[in-house]
Ligand binder design. Structure first.
Ligand SMILES: Cc1ncc(COP(=O)(O)O)c(C=O)c1O
Length: 358
């Protein structure tokens, strides 16, 4: 059977007997125990504040420089934060320069969100998974905004602090919005996170990855630009309204979890990272060693055929690089336990033996 057109909705959330999924980027680890405390004290199911519960925003403000609760909007995951921000930005300063720069390979939702906001994505191709600053510098001049995602989904790369500082300076000089998608900021294996700062920076974060709370749909955005925060809050008032209030209480508890929770989980992620990286390298595949997040993106020719065959013949889910803007690569998420990774890699090995890989 020829390979059909593959779409993300075919695989997201799919599970079943004997299926090994390297597909979805959702952690399989448990959330902090204390988030369940929120249930017992919760008696109020009225609408909440559009901008987000005050206790959660105050707790977040303790973690961000020069901030109060007014610098945040709590959203339905990082996804809504990105969506609202792009739609609001698209209306600022007229339609001129309604372009958004994306580093390719990109998180597959970015081009859709940019287009839904009536803007045009512009691409800069990375060098070995990291931003090519010379090309970035040329293309950013025509853009209204840029999305930075370090650590990156799907490359697992972490940008150098030098590059991030250069981006900070250039965008600040040119008055360009930076959406810094930091949903993997706590899952870095090589250094501390570098927090991008500036008057036009909007940081987007989430409880999905750090605290294993994807399905609760809870994230937030932060900015020093209070006018922008107000516009985003206004748009939220006329779209989704408040974010789930119970999820916000659970997120509040998560902010009170000691750092040791994250450190313990990071060790587990690192062990998995090493296992899958070594396993795929030993098969002769060309791939970057992830420095953060939980994805690898090896080079594999005819990636759509590979993904389809792995699914149909071996019950292994992977995602084709094409979804992330790069042909001839395949994304593996390693958000599953080592035994499953091991079994999945055995199946990949079997398949690779039967085809020619380049
Ligand atoms: C880079 C990136 N940004 C945003 C999201 C969306 O996160 P959330 O679950 O908080 O909506 C994801 C989810 O995989 C992601 O990988």
């Amino acid at each position: 059977m020829p390979t059909p057109k593959l779409s993300s909705s075919m695989f997201i959330g799919m599970s079943g007997k004997d299926i090994i999924s390297f597909g979805s980027g959702q952690p399989d680890l448990p959330p902090p125990k204390r988030v369940f405390k929120a249930f017992s004290r919760f008696k109020n199911f009225k609408y909440g504040l559009i901008q987000g519960n005050l206790n959660l925003r105050e707790a977040l403000a303790e973690k961000y420089p020069k901030s109060t609760s007014d610098n945040f909007v709590v959203t339905n995951g990082a996804s809504e934060a990105l969506d609202l921000t792009l739609r609001v930005i698209s209306k600022i300063g007229g339609k001129a320069k309604n372009k958004v720069l994306l580093s390719r390979p990109y998180y597959y939702t970015y081009p859709y969100l940019v287009k839904f906001a009536g803007m045009e994505p512009v691409y800069t191709d990375s060098i070995k998974g990291r931003i090519n600053f010379d090309d970035f510098k040329k293309k950013i001049k025509d853009c209204k905004a840029v999305i930075i995602n370090s650590p990156s989904n799907p490359t697992g790369r972490v940008e150098s602090i030098d590059t991030l500082k250069k981006i900070e300076k250039l965008t600040s000089d040119l008055g360009i919005y930076v959406l810094s998608d930091e949903v993997y900021k706590d899952l870095i294996y090589v250094r501390e996170n570098y927090f991008i700062k500036g008057p036009h920076v909007i940081t987007v974060d989430s409880f999905s990855k750090t605290y294993d709370m994807c399905g609760l749909r809870i994230g937030y955005l932060w900015s020093l630009d209070r006018e922008l925060i107000n516009k985003i809050t206004d748009m939220k008032a006329h779209t989704s309204m408040n974010t789930n209030i119970l999820a916000q209480e659970m997120a509040y508890e998560a902010t009170k979890t000691p750092r040791s929770f994250i450190d313990k989980q990071l060790k587990i992620w690192e062990e998995r990272r090493d296992f899958i990286y070594n396993g795929l390298s030993d098969m002769g595949l060309d791939l970057w060693k992830p420095e953060g997040a939980f994805y690898v993106l090896p080079k594999i020719k005819n990636s759509e055929d590979f993904v389809w065959n792995m699914f149909k013949k071996y019950k292994v889910i992977t995602y084709p690089g094409e979804w992330f803007g790069v042909k001839d690569r395949v994304r593996f998420s390693y958000a599953l336990d080592i035994d499953k990774i091991k079994e999945g890699l055995e199946r990949v090995k079997k398949h690779l033996k039967s085809i020619k890989v380049g």
